[in-house]
Write a protein that binds this ligand. Structure first.
Ligand code: UD1
Ligand code: CA
Length: 466
């Protein structure tokens, strides 16, 4: 049912069958990432906001790999076995859209900076005019390579001419086709079949539909992209790097406006599913990836990388840390040069210091391991102090074993804990001890041989060698 207040149904078709020869890569162009995600995933993400009835990906080169990389979006795949042109590519989506009578938005898999609101604007304009098609265009200083938008003296849209087919006069036109359109499904699928391929590239050109709609008086119009950046197509790795920079800047500026300080935004890398709290400070060289969450007031030091980790409020991460798939509660200190490996939990106010590696362990509230330590497969209670050079020997060459250290234990420096082992609450382990059996609560464990001092021995030796 449709009415004036109820807009038409929308379907999305994303063209991504090409290899992208100019990338000089063995990997399909749309799989190359910017800010940690394949180009095509950015397009799918922008399109996801449209609540489209259906999204169809037209794939060809490495179709299986591309489909696998973006399966979370649930788009339907249409295969274009041979790349005979953009018009031919859209034709491959016809079957998937059988019976669909709304508006078809066409996007390119290699135009990753496009924003949802820009597509929404295109669709709104299209629906308002009731035209057969609406094309998004942009004004470029250097339009080389793009299809040019040809208009008559009165400024009415006539057609698009591809760079390779254009005359010198047409090549002087600065308005270009962005490759983003909205079509009435009925017009699109009835006219695609009538496209010819007698042109410089011998391809079926989708933009040739514009001249058809104009000639038949079915209505064709343009909307201008707000930002030229958004419609930038990626054809080589110089453009890939530029898109990466622009996307990173977009994300970083969003967070700055939300109350995050970036000391050096140009060299701070934040992926788009990261969440940052108020008064977070990100130092130069920070890399925040995946679904990382950083709580209010937390500070990440220079050149630290945090992946899929939840950091609480007022956490301090110093320089050069790697933190993966872990949970760091409020007030913790990490680093410098600490490695927190997956499945670690640092409870409130815990401290993990220089050259400490923690794996799959829970460090209790207020507990500390400040220097040169390996803690793996361990559970530490509250206020445990781990001395420098302590190692949990968790691996016997075949199996991993657990170390349990209860509240208020003091572990002296250079201790080895041969797991499985439990150190009872309040126990003290003397420096240099190799713990091979459980230590009862409140006791002292010492496993080293008693020291002997030989009076004058060193002096005698020196004299002998002099
Ligand atoms: C296209 C437009 C041009 C426009 C430009 C904007 C045509 C004929 N030209 O040119 O007017 O200015 O985009 O970026 O449409 N693809 C397929 N199958 C094919 C051919 C292409 O899936 O057979 C896909 C590509 O993988 C790519 C997209 O369509 O994602 C655009 O194709 P591309 O060859 O890059 O077109 P352009 O020459 O850039
Ligand atoms: Ca292109």
């Amino acid at each position: 049912m449709s009415s004036a207040s109820h807009s038409a149904e929308v379907a999305v078709v994303i063209l991504a069958a090409g290899l992208g020869t100019r990338m000089k890569s063995s990997m399909a162009k749309v799989l190359h990432p910017i800010v940690g995600k394949p180009l095509i995933a950015h397009v799918l993400k922008a399109a996801a906001g449209l609540n489209a009835q259906k999204t169809v990906l037209v794939l060809g080169h490495q179709a299986d790999r591309v489909a696998e990389a973006v399966k979370e979006f649930g788009a339907e795949v249409a295969i274009q076995a041979q790349q005979l042109g953009t018009g031919h590519a859209v034709m491959q989506a016809e079957k998937a859209l059988e019976g669909f009578t709304g508006d078809v938005v066409i996007l390119s898999g290699d135009v990753p900076l496009i924003r949802k609101k820009t597509i929404v604007h295109l669709v709104a304009h299209h629906e308002k005019t009731g035209n057969a098609l609406t094309m998004m265009t942009a004004m470029l200083d250097d339009a080389t390579g793009y299809g040019r938008v040809v208009k008559d003296a009165a400024g009415r849209l006539l057609r698009v001419v591809e760079h390779k087919d254009a005359t010198e006069e047409e090549r002087a036109i600065r308005e270009i086709n962005t490759g983003i359109y909205c079509f009435k499904a009925s017009f699109l699928f009835s006219h695609l079949k009538t496209l010819g391929n007698t042109n410089a590239q011998g391809e079926y050109y989708l933009p040739d539909l514009i001249a058809m709609a104009v000639e038949k008086g079915l209505g064709a119009d343009t909307v201008a992209a707000d930002e030229v950046e958004e419609v930038m197509g990626i054809n080589n790795r110089v453009e890939l790097a530029e898109a990466e920079r622009l996307m990173r800047r977009r994300i970083n500026e969003y967070w700055m406006r939300e109350g995050v300080t970036f000391v050096a935004p140009e060299v701070t890398y934040v992926e788009d599913e990261v969440t940052l709290g108020k008064d977070v400070v990100l130092s130069p060289g920070c890399v925040l990836q995946g679904k990382t969450v950083v709580g209010d007031g937390s500070v990440i030091g220079p050149y630290s990388r945090v992946i899929d980790t939840r950091l609480g409020n007022n956490v301090e991460v110093l320089d050069g840390c790697v933190i993966e798939e872990s949970e760091i509660e409020d007030g913790c200190h990490v680093g410098p040069f600490a490695h927190i490996r997956p499945a670690t939990i640092l409870r409130k106010n815990a401290r993990i210091g220089n050259f400490v590696e923690v794996k799959k362990s829970e460090i209790g509230e207020g507990s500390k391991a400040n220097h040169l330590t390996y803690i793996g497969d361990a559970v530490l209670g509250k206020k445990v102090n781990i001395g420098a050079g302590t190692i949990t020997c968790n691996y016997d060459g075949v199996h991993k074993h657990k170390t349990v250290i209860e509240d208020d234990v003091f572990v002296g420096s250079d201790t080895q804990l041969v797991a499985p082992v439990t150190v009872g609450r309040g126990a003290l382990i003397a420096a240099g001890t190799t713990v091979t059996k459980d230590v009862p609560a409140d006791s002292l464990a010492v496993s080293r041989t008693r020291q002997e001092n030989k009076d004058g021995w060193a002096a005698r030796k020196r004299k002998k060698h002099a």
